[in-house]
Design a protein around this ligand. Structure first.
Ligand code: NI
Length: 437
């Protein structure tokens, strides 16, 4: 279907490049024209979307999450990371069944689509169910099975990862790609990391891993191996693969140099880092060194939503506060991280992340006719500092309209909500005092 999109186009190809009263033409899932309406030749759209007071942007990329953890949203909060994991989250995860993961993931997909996120990078388990939810929702995703090298099933999980790559890499019309997902240096010993690196090279896929999330992790790895988490990954040959490194909060200048040299991309998760008290990643230093940075929400249990517009704002504000410098991480840089930065971090920079002729049509439309967008001084500042998920009206992934007028078209949202309540109730057994289950 030929679709024409009208509005103020923010292609994210450069800070000055904003097109007032522009158009984007979409044919066969691809962007075939971006520019002034008078430059359109012989394009007779079957549908026209947008118009005046609409901002048109590339779909947002959530570069690090655990989608099914929506099941644990607001279940356990305000706890230290290891207590939170060991006492609250892991016991519930042990009770998860495949159907729960499907339900949690499809809930996440609905939430992300409604907030303008079109692509996400996920690490979890029961990944066939995750892939099925992605396929059904119409989203784009890079998926990996989380691997715990110290677990008794470590070898089995790696074998399962290979099967998952064989089954899903490049599937759902090219919307699903796969990576290998060693959880973290503190849960995967060097020998295991080496095995994962070899498997990634053999399969031709990237690696998604948590790195240097807390001060304690960095200290423990130093004590155990005599180097930093980044240094350890480098020694193990892991960074020779395309790597998506989530967090990188506690990294040294030497680590940053390694990340830049190896072309390792970082997924920055400001709200999760704040909520778990992990610290503040040195994002401006990483950007200055030339490291590719994407933006992620992490799981909903440590955020507690999957709103990438909010995450952009948090990322910008957090760097300013940390550096006592209002010029640190300006709005446009935050927007780049949430779009093209994330796309590159997921190995999709040639395919999505900007609005350019030849790229796949992953686009979002934001309704600017709202009190909090008036007066319309600066549309980029509005999107980064004033917008919220509910301002997103239309979402297109791979040329398919999946959210129309603020409604998800691919999934029955009422059923999703009813199912998630049922799963959550079974998982927690007896609801807590403030629970509405
Ligand atoms: Ni995570």
């Amino acid at each position: 279907m030929d679709i024409l999109i009208k509005g103020t186009v923010i292609p994210v190809t450069g800070p000055g490049e904003i097109l007032r009263d522009g158009v984007v033409a979409v044919r066969d899932g691809k962007i075939v024209y971006v520019g002034r309406p008078e430059g359109l030749n012989g394009f007779t759209p079957e549908r026209v979307i947008g118009g005046a007071e609409t901002a048109v942007l590339p779909g947002l990329v959530n570069a690090h999450t655990h989608a099914a953890m929506t099941l644990f949203r607001s279940y356990a909060d305000d706890l230290p990371l290891m207590d939170w994991l060991k006492e609250e989250i892991w016991p519930l995860e042990n009770r998860l069944e495949a159907a729960d993961v499907y339900r949690g993931t499809i809930l996440a997909c609905v939430e992300m689509l409604l907030g303008g996120t079109t692509t996400f990078a996920d690490m979890y388990f029961f990944m066939n169910e995750v892939a099925a939810a992605v396929q059904e929702s119409g989203m784009r995703a890079s998926l990996c099975r989380g691997l715990i090298g110290v677990a008794p099933n470590a070898e089995e999980a790696l074998a399962e990862s290979r099967e998952f790559v064989a089954a899903w890499h490049g599937k759902a019309g090219g919307r699903i790609s796969c990576m290998l997902g060693p959880h973290a240096p503190y849960t995967c010993p060097p020998e295991y990391l080496k095995k994962v690196a070899a498997a990634a090279a053999e399969l031709g896929v990237g690696i998604h891993i948590h790195v240097a999330e807390t001060r304690r992790e960095t200290a423990d790895i130093l004590k155990q191996y005599g180097c930093s988490p980044v240094g350890l990954l480098n020694v193990c040959g892991l960074l020779d693969a395309p790597v998506l490194a989530a967090h990188c909060v506690h990294v040294s200048p030497a680590d940053i140099e390694i990340l830049a040299k190896k072309g390792t991309a970082v997924a920055h998760n400001p709200e999760s880092n704040m909520k778990l008290g992990s610290g503040i990643a040195p994002i401006t230093d990483l950007l200055d060194a030339g490291v590719t940075i994407g933006l992620g929400t992490d799981g909903a249990a440590s955020n507690n939503n999957l709103d990438m517009l909010e995450e952009m704002r948090s990322a910008a504000l957090l760097q300013k506060a940390a550096r006592e410098d209002p010029t640190a991480l300006p709005a446009y840089k935050a927007l780049q991280m949430a779009t093209i930065g994330g796309a590159r971090a997921l190995g999709m920079g040639e395919m999505i992340g900007t609005i350019e002729t030849g790229k796949r049509a992953d686009l979002i439309l934001i309704d600017l006719r709202k009190p909090h967008f008036y007066p319309p001084h600066d549309v980029v500042a509005h999107v980064v500092y004033a917008a919220r998920a509910s301002d997103v009206r239309t979402v297109m992934v791979d040329g398919q309209v999946v959210v129309d007028g603020g409604q998800v078209l691919t999934v029955n949202v009422e059923t999703v909500l009813d199912n998630i309540r049922e799963s959550a109730l079974r998982l927690v057994g007896r609801p807590r005092e403030r629970s509405l289950l």
